[in-house]
Design a protein around this ligand. Structure first.
Ligand code: PEP
Ligand code: MN
Length: 337
């Protein structure tokens, strides 16, 4: 990190700053040029509060030269993280397909969809029990009962389950859930992230609707800093000016994250586009870009779905998409699992 000092910086305030920075355990060097004076900082700068440095009367600017995230950074952890859960692996060449309805609705529905997605080759069952809805009048999910039904579907099919948590108060209900999802709307629910950092379950962290990749990695960092290193990133589209799709899939996030982080990254083409017809091409694009998996919404009767019907594939459509996914995986010499 480099601190650029103001031209008229007074010696007492520079000395004071140097003392405070050394107090943080950092190695400091004051370099004086003809025009400018700078301080270089070496050490663990993750705890340096840039805003408070900028508030000092002698500081003109501050530049970071290293990333603010450490645990999620490939520089400190060069090998790919492989998540192991319920006999499945994700990352480091292991590809996953998480499929199921947006919302768990009935026992018949969730078990029926689970059987179909399993038969098609998915290796995780997704389904929302707690639903983040824009309107308070829309279906909010079956909540605790939804988790019970997911567990029944797991028992019936053997598929591990992925479901979203929205509040810390519900954490106990997730005791038998295999992967806990943090949805786009809660990507920066920091108290939730901190608590999930103390649990031993993999966390599927979706990218916030308008979050930068660095903000997303800092949210992963919240979980990892607490000791839970099992984080899976999920790109689900971001808000742009485009209105023809529900969101805009940032496919470049995949190869970029592969360079800067060791965490597995999956793509959710259903929420990214809101359109069933785009799920297949974007699934293929995700595989070609190097993603570690896909999350795809499938509903037994999309026209009657209680949420996200327009983007949900029927089980028959999912069969077709999976054939295409498997061909693309074979081309990349990968398999599911
Ligand atoms: C979901 O997976 O059903 C969901 C609500 O996703 P997101 O948080 O990406 O909108
Ligand atoms: Mn959904």
């Amino acid at each position: 990190m480099i601190v650029i000092l103001k031209q008229n910086a007074k010696k007492p305030s520079v000395d004071h700053l140097l003392t405070d920075l050394t107090g943080l355990g950092l190695k400091t060097d004051l370099i004086s040029g003809e025009q400018k004076q700078i301080i270089t900082l070496i050490g663990d700068v993750t705890k340096v509060d840039i805003e408070s440095l900028l508030a000092r009367e002698c500081v003109e600017n501050v530049r970071r030269i290293s990333e603010p995230y450490k645990e999620a950074n490939r520089k400190f952890h060069p090998t790919d993280t492989v998540i192991e859960v319920a006999g499945q692996k994700i990352g480091g060449g292991h590809f996953c397909v998480m499929s199921g309805p947006c919302s768990v609705e009935t026992e018949e529905q969730i078990i029926g969809v689970a059987e179909r997605v399993k038969a098609a080759g998915a290796n995780f069952l997704r389904g929302g029990a707690f639903k983040p809805r824009t309107s308070p009048y829309a279906f909010q999910g079956l909540r605790a009962e939804g988790i019970e039904l997911l567990l029944k579907a797991k028992q019936a099919t053997g598929l591990p389950i992925v479901t979203e948590i929205m509040s810390l108060q519900h954490l106990d209900l997730f005791a038998d859930v295999d992967v806990i999802q943090v949805g786009a709307r809660n990507m920066q629910h920091f108290e939730l992230l901190k608590e999930l950092g103390h649990c031993d379950k993999p966390i599927l962290l979706k990218r916030g609707l308008s979050s930068t990749i660095e903000e997303w990695l800092m949210s992963a960092e919240y979980i990892m800093a607490g000791g839970n290193h099992n984080v899976i990133l999920c790109e689900r589209g971001i808000r742009t000016y485009e209105t023809m799709t529900r969101n805009t899939l940032d496919i470049s996030a995949v190869p970029l994250l592969k360079q800067i982080s060791h965490l597995p990254i999956i793509i959710d083409p259903s929420h990214a586009t809101g359109l069933t017809t785009l799920v297949e091409p974007l699934s293929k694009a995700a595989i070609a870009a190097g993603a570690d998996g896909l999350m795809i919404e499938v509903h037994n009767d999309p026209g009657k779905a209680l949420s996200d019907g327009a983007q949900s594939l029927t089980p028959d459509q999912f069969d077709g998409v999976m054939d295409s996914i498997k061909r693309q995986l074979a081309f990349e010499e990968k398999t599911i699992g």
